[in-house]
Design a binder for this molecule. Sequence first.
Ligand code: PRX
Length: 569
Amino acid sequence: MDMQPIPARSGNHNMENYKETYENFKWDDVKGNFTWNQTGKVNIAYEAVDRHAENPDKKNQPALIYSAPDREETLTFEDLKLKSNQFANVLKKHHIEKGDRVFLFMPRSPEFYAAFLGILKVGAIAGPLFEAFMEQAVRDRLEDSEATMLITTPDLLDRVPTDELPDLKQIVLVGGDAPGNYISYDEEMEQASDEFNIEWVDLEDGMLLHYTSGSTGKPKGVYHVHNAMIQHYQTGKWVLDLKEDDVYWCTADPGWVTGTSYGIFAPWLNGVTNVVRGGRFSPDDWYGTIAEKNISVWYSAPTAFRKLLSAGEEEAKKHDLSSLRHILSVGEPLNPEVVTWGLSAFDLRIHDTWWMTETGGMLICNYPAMDMRPGSMGKPFPGIEAAIVDNEGNELPPNQMGNLAIKEGWPSMMRAVWQNPGKYESYFLNGWYVSGDSAYKDEDGYFWFQGRLDDVINTSGERVGPFEVESKLIEHEAVAEAGVIGKPDPERGEIIKAFVTLRDGYEQSDELLEDIRQFVKKGLSAHAAPREIEIKDTIPKTRSGKIMRRLLKSWELGLPTGDTSTLEE
Ligand code: PRX
């Protein structure tokens, strides 16, 4: 679909003079917005919450509006400061120190946000896990990070294999009783003081681990530091276009990087009221949330927009969505069709943004002040140098497809892959961070996403490593070998398709396929379970035994198979 550019609309955005600003911008300019610039005392939780709580004009402003089908609760900046102080005291009481890994495995709730901030206040490293993870996914992440404490709920406890996790010394249970050796969140919070001396850290000290998938091996711990606040703040200001009287809603769960960088840090660093909606997605629920909470800035994902689109425009028109003034998207290609739909459903542009877990913050985006070319991810954020490079790290001219790469050293860049320096190094080439995405840049500097260069699957905006799924599949008693690919799907972007060979004595049947699917779903997570499973006689492998996923994909899509010279007999 070829669409005309959509011009910027005159409006109240933060970047009126964006051309001049763009050219003159330096990351150093942002520092003046933080108290550490004067005091030398650094902690991202202080800048996000306490700073506003100490400001008489802001302390009573709602920071968190938590809303779920069965619960509504509002915390002001002052409330959030005191609750996170209390939790920081709980952590101290249980000997959590700077640098310790404290993981959170629970649904979004006010307790989650207080605990998350408390972890940062003691200088520890927070590891939020998506609540839908099952045992294997939880185990891999806790094992690799050597987390010593986990905060979870009684419901989720049976997915935490404590006897296999020698480093995991303490478990805090939120809600319900805390038997035996468990620590009760409610009881300890009641007793804890709401005064706390924040642990001041270095800008380069760690604060967050997000596990993410590559094409090989288990998920890797992407390590972020307090310095990321510079980028969270500034992209919040210029791309999310946040102003102090906004009501902002980021739909992502904090188990994923969007839910921390832009579901916690960007709004609060900018002193903006942040809405968190619990429960399940439905068009009525989401539109209802916008209308009821008067959402003005909304950050979501193509997969959600596509679902809203298929629900029909009448669904949107049932609700008063007039509070909305700015909409953004991340996670997958934003189809021009969805942009067109957005224009008619909301009378607003949907602004695509591109970034990754590893980048910690937005890098290529459509700003409110810029003409948008539907289908393009936009242009590099000021201070970001992006290019298309070849496999040697040389820049390619406009309109040539290649590796989307970013000049090393932006503020929110990951600082390590946990316990895996080799993996970290492998991202960099010739001074460039190489993303693993292919793209091209047009003559005017707009970037256009083309696809992944590795086998990583993006299903409904969630990044799934084929290796993780294959490993789980072959644990099933009937499965001998497995190869997993992403298969294009109009609503989900890609779905997970698995090819498996059966062990002797097993026959193909619908029951067996469903059993295998459920096995992955119950062992790993629902989003990693293959939607399609196909039985094969053999799985193509290289002579060195690597599964040739590319070949499986070509077969699936009826494409030419290319070079198969490394194929095993
Ligand atoms: O392939 C790109 C895709 O999502 C990948 C990053 O996934 P994750 O680390 O889970 O982070 C998602 C949210 C920050 C990228 O390598 N991706 C992300 N944004 C876009 C995108 N693909 C196309 N267009 C985007 N705007």
